[in-house]
Write a protein that binds this ligand. Sequence first.
Ligand code: HEM
Ligand code: HEM
Length: 333
Amino acid sequence: MQVKEQTLPASAVPARERAAAFEPWRHRFALAVAAAAVALLVAGGLVTSTGSGLAVPDWPLSFGQVFPPMVGGVLYEHGHRLVASAVGLMTMILMFWFRAREPRPAVRRLAYAAFFGVVAQGILGGVTVLLRLPIAVSVAHACLAQVVFCLLVTLALVTSRRFIAASQSRSTRPDRRLGRLAAAGTCLVFVQLFLGALMRHGGAGLAIPDFPLAFGRLVPPQFTTGVAIHFAHRVGALMVSLMVLWIALRAMRQPRPDLAGPARLALVLVLLQVALGAMAVLTRLAVIPTTAHLLVGALLLATLMVLAVRALQPAVALARATVGVGATAEGLI
Ligand code: HEM
Ligand code: HEM
C-alpha cells in the first residue's frame, strides 16, 4: 500500500527540522548588530587612543551610578560601556531569534558563540578596569573584540539571500584552494592584530619613531622588547600586504563576482591600513589615525573571512536541504 505524502506548513515544523530559508528580517537584524559592533570597535578604540581607560575607576557601575556626568575621559569610557550594553542586548535578542528560527545546527552554535563572546568581552572590560589595565587583559579584550565582530559578520553572511541560495545550489563550485588561502590570510591578519594590540597596550607604538625606515635603517640597530614587537608588526604588515595581493589576484581571476568583490575590497583596505599605520607613527599616535587603524584592521579581517567562507561554499554549506517554501535556489540568485 502506498502512503500519501503530506506537506506541513513551515510553521508546524520545528526549526531544527526545517530547511534553511531566507528570512529578510532576521538577516537585516544580524546586519544591524554587526554594524553596531563597528560603532563599538570605534568607541573602544577611542577609549585607548584618548588614554581614558581609567577615567571611570569602578565597574559594573560608573562612580557608583548608571549615568555619571559625561565629562573628560568619562565621555569615552562610560560612552563605550553604554554602546557595549546596547550591543550585548542586541546580541542576546539575535541569539534567541536564531535559537527559535535557525535550522542549521552550526549556525545556531555560531549565534551562541557570539552571545557568550560578548558576555566574556564585557567581563574582560570590567576586569581590565578593576585591575588597572594590565597588558594581558587589555590585549585579550582587544583581540576578543575582533573575534566577536567576525562572529556577528558571519551570522549576517550566512543568513543572506545569496549565501542560502548558493549553498543549496550546485551552480557555484567551491574554490577550496582560494578558500584555504583566504582562511590563512585571515589568520595572518589576526596575528598582526595581536601584535598591534601588544604594541598599543605595551606602550610600544613609538618604540620605532620613524617610518618607513627604522632608526634610519632597514633593520633597527638594537632590539629592546618594545622595538622587537614594533618591528615584528612592520614585518607582519609586509607579509599581510603580499598575502592580500596574492589572494586578490587569484580571486579576481574567478568568474564569481561574490569572490572578486571582497578581494578588491581587501586590497583597498590593506593599502589604507598601511597608510594609517604610517600616519599613526608620523603623527605621534594621534587619536584619529590610531582609532581608524584599529577599525580598518577589523574590516580587513572580516573581509578576508567573508571571502574564505564564500569560496568554500558549498563545502561549508551548513544545510543540506532546499530553499524554503515555494522557492528554488536558482530563482533567488
Ligand atoms: C561587548 C563588549 C565590548 C567590546 C566589543 C569592546 C571592545 C573594545 C575595543 C575594541 C577596545 C579597544 C582596544 C584597543 O584599543 O586596543 C576596548 C577598550 C576598552 N574597553 Fe571595551 N569592549 C566591550 C565591553 C567593555 C566593557 C563592558 C567595559 C567595562 C568597563 C570595557 C572597558 C574597556 C576599557 C577600559 C578599554 C581600554 C583598555 C586600555 O586602554 O587598555 N569594554 N573595548
Ligand atoms: C597591513 C597591515 C596592518 C594591520 C592589519 C595592522 C593592524 C593593527 C591593529 C588592529 C592595531 C591595533 C590593535 C588593537 O589595539 O586592537 C595596530 C596597532 C598599531 N599599528 Fe598596525 N597594522 C598594519 C600595518 C601597520 C603599519 C605598516 C604600521 C607602521 C608602522 C603600523 C603601526 C601601528 C602602530 C604604531 C600601532 C599602535 C598604535 C597605538 O599605540 O595607539 N601598522 N595595527
